[in-house]
Design a protein around this ligand. Structure first.
Ligand code: ARG
Length: 550
């Protein structure tokens, strides 16, 4: 009944694959003639190729990025004591897990690509889906990419010119961050395969770095060995909860920093429809990846405490480098800096890939100028000819090379180039004006508003559509806990970080204005017109869509 559940839901929304860039209006009569076909959902959904392991690497590859190597200072500073900050890490991990479990239920009930955008559209109406897309394109995607790029820059500069010089060279750090951003964007523009293949390499690096930190920390704690003569023994002297901060707003800020490190758990939900067996694998992916990440983060944090003096943990954005230099001296800090910048580069790569798709889909959907829904440099007859020659063995250019750069149906550079350029420009702006600490809270407020809404939507859906088939059902306590904690977080942010909160609210207000004043109206008009000219099948689609919408 797994596949029948899937069919049931795809019949419910035959044309609502909004996130893949198809609307009832925009769908060409013969999809095979659409040059962008290989990248849009219509064909991706038919081509269900993702497995459990793919899902796992999608989630883990994005979650482990910059956070675990740089957030600890912000968590510690705001929590006040090692015990309290470990607690914050546990709470943040659990919160991510409850959120991800709720998203797994949503993904089973509405098995379409696009994550929050589809869920919000179905449950609250299209304006909510638009608002998410708007904020994701303007704030969430470029904001998160900027944070990762900044950490990438800081670590790489540190590895090259040493910690003290790097501390002073803010603009050098930012410059390197920009170079990283540009390389990742180019990589993803040139070829989709190039992007995804390099993701696998960096994924391996992350695990090496995290396991290395943990093992080293334990060894140092047990033997007392360390390059600097002796390991820090702050952890022996200080009681675990001494100095705990009593201001609730500080906890919220600490929690945001922890949540940043766990963020990315919704990544599989963007590609649900491409799973071979989404109803079985989505929950499985969630329930293995999150415990794995939570455990490794707690262990890494323990290692930091066992090795480093508290003052160092609290003051450095690059805790992992301090860790390396404490234990192994200059070589240690060099190696760790390289590993961490590699990990960030990998996460930057992963998030650029998703952003490209998201902006592209928004362009196809009419949420953004159509330009952003374009693929590549256009159809190239030369590419097709090369392919034909290759097939017949008449070309000397290796088949593999052509496969990487050109698609026989679409041309060279078969990627959403305009979309990625927009994303890169916005990201560059955030890199130039923001810093790690400010951006993390900014991102947290915006991100958790939508996680909250989507999970609240799950509860609403349970009440309003009790009969809807849900191949995977969480305990109802899961979404309730998630909603309560994120509501607390959001409310405290108003006091703790009023400027960032106002900025986020401003973005949302503009988004709503754009929808109700312009995009939404245009879409209503188009829908009216379409009703008379559209194909029978498509009309049925819209009827279903409307009736089902709660
Ligand atoms: N957890 C990741 C890190 O520590 C950040 C994930 C950002 N999220 C996103 N959807 N891009 O770097």
């Amino acid at each position: 009944s797994v596949s029948s559940a899937f069919d049931f839901a795809s019949n419910l929304f035959p044309l609502s694959s909004t996130a893949q860039g198809y609307t009832a209006l925009g769908a060409p009569s013969n999809p095979a003639l659409d040059p962008t076909n290989a990248l849009n959902g219509a064909s991706l959904e038919k081509n269900k190729s993702l497995t459990y392991l793919n899902g796992l690497s999608l989630v883990v590859g994005l979650i482990i990025g910059s956070g675990i190597f740089s957030s600890p200072s912000q968590v510690n500073r705001n929590a006040g004591s090692p015990g309290a900050s470990l607690l914050i890490w546990v709470v943040a991990g659990m919160l991510a897990w409850t959120g991800a479990a709720s998203y797994a239920e949503l993904g089973g009930a509405i098995p379409l690509n696009g994550g929050a955008q589809v869920y919000l559209s179905k449950i609250f109406g299209e304006w909510a889906g638009f608002l998410f897309t708007w904020c994701a394109v303007c704030v969430l995607k470029p904001g998160s990419a900027a944070i990762i790029a900044i950490i990438f820059g800081e670590y790489l500069v540190r590895a090259c010119i040493g910690a003290d010089a790097a501390e002073a060279a803010t603009w050098l750090n930012k410059g390197v961050a920009l170079v990283g951003l540009i390389s990742v964007t180019l990589l993803n523009c040139v070829s989709t395969k190039l992007g995804t293949r390099s993701a696998d390499v960096f994924m391996f690096m992350k695990f090496v770095a995290l396991i290395g930190v943990t093992v080293t920390g334990i060894v140092v704690a047990v033997t007392g060995f360390s390059y600097k003569g002796h390991a820090s023994d702050d952890w022996k002297k200080q009681s675990w909860f001494e100095g705990t901060n009593t201001d609730v707003s500080n906890w919220a800020v600490a929690l945001y920093a922890g949540l940043w490190a766990f963020d990315g758990w919704d990544n599989v939900n963007y590609v649900t429809a491409e799973f071979k067996n989404p109803t079985r694998d989505l929950p499985r992916v969630i329930h293995t990846s999150l415990p794995l990440v939570i455990t490794s983060y707690i262990l890494a944090n323990l290692s930091y405490f066992l090795v480093l003096p508290l003052s160092v943990i609290e003051s450095s954005n690059t805790v992992a480098v301090a860790f390396g230099s404490q234990v192994f001296g200059p070589i240690g800090s060099l190696i760790l800096a390289l590993f961490v910048s590699g990990s960030c580069f990998g996460a930057l790569n992963a998030t650029t890939f998703t952003s490209g798709r998201l902006v592209y889909a928004a362009g196809k959907e009419g949420y953004l100028p159509a330009l952003f829904g374009n693929i590549g440099l256009g159809k190239s007859h030369r590419a097709i000819r090369l392919h034909t020659l290759n097939q017949t063995g008449a070309s000397k250019i290796p088949r593999k090379i052509i496969d990487w750069f050109a698609d026989p149906d679409a041309g060279f550079f078969f990627t959403p180039i305009a979309a990625m350029a927009l994303n890169a420009i916005l990201t560059a702006i955030y890199i130039l004006i923001g810093s790690f600490d400010t951006l993390v809270t900014f991102y947290g407020v915006a991100g958790y508003s939508f996680y909250f809404l989507a999970v609240l939507g799950l509860i609403i859906l349970r009440v309003k559509e009790p009969m809807l088939e849900r191949p995977y059902k969480t305990w109802i306590t899961t979404p309730i806990i998630f909603c309560c904690v994120s509501l607390f977080l959001l409310s405290r942010a108003v006091f703790a970080e009023p400027v960032q909160t106002l900025l986020v609210l401003g973005f949302m207000a503009i988004g709503l204005g754009v929808w109700f004043g312009w995009v939404g109206r245009r879409r209503t008009k188009e829908r009216e017109r379409f009703r008379h000219v559209g194909e029978e099948e498509e009309k049925v689609g819209w009827r279903f869509w409307k009736r089902w919408r709660v």
